[in-house]
Design a protein around this ligand. Structure first.
Ligand code: CUA
Length: 160
């Protein structure tokens, strides 16, 4: 083997090990992982998801609730092609925990200008927390193609 080739192989090996090391460090030491399901909702052909959701807390009662001073919970169910509720009002600076799921197909959950960007998957619970620093009107968009009226699927988030 040429010496030149050998050096390249060694350099490539070192770079690979560095990247794998960085990946392992971020996952195991810093706990940076992809969002995963915070719960499953079991349904079947004779127990369709739409009906199961109507009886499964908290999705049997979607909406905004203050759980303790300065802490809010927003429960959202996505349907083709609407979010329920489609208007969400929370105070600026509050800790807002979103809990969402889909009643039919995969929908997106994206609020431009924030780091809120996830998917709502039928049978899975998506949960994340966010603080809106500035008051204003934000747009919640579905950014996963979900059928004919996908482009109309949105909700308003009013931060006061
Ligand atoms: Cu829902 Cu696209």
């Amino acid at each position: 083997m040429e010496r030149y080739e050998e050096r390249f192989l060694i350099a490539a090996g070192i770079v690979l090990l560095l990247f794998l090391g960085a990946l392992a460090y971020s996952a195991f030491a810093m706990h940076i992982v992809l969002p995963s399901a915070h719960g499953m909702i079991h349904y079947s052909a004779d127990r369709p998801l739409r009906l199961v959701l109507r009886k499964t807390p908290p999705f049997d009662n979607p909406g905004v609730r203050e759980v303790s001073p300065g802490r809010y919970e927003v429960v959202i169910v996505a349907y083709a092609w609407q979010f329920v509720p489609d208007e969400i009002e929370v105070p600026a600076g509050a800790e807002v925990t979103f809990m969402g799921t889909s009643a039919d197909v995969i929908h997106g959950f994206f609020i431009p200008g924030t780091r809120i960007n996830t998917m709502l998957i039928p049978g899975e619970v998506s949960e994340f927390t966010y603080r809106f620093a500035k008051p204003g009107k934000y747009l919640l968009l579905c950014h996963e193609y979900c059928g004919q009226l996908h482009h109309t699927m949105h909700a308003d988030v009013v931060v006061k």
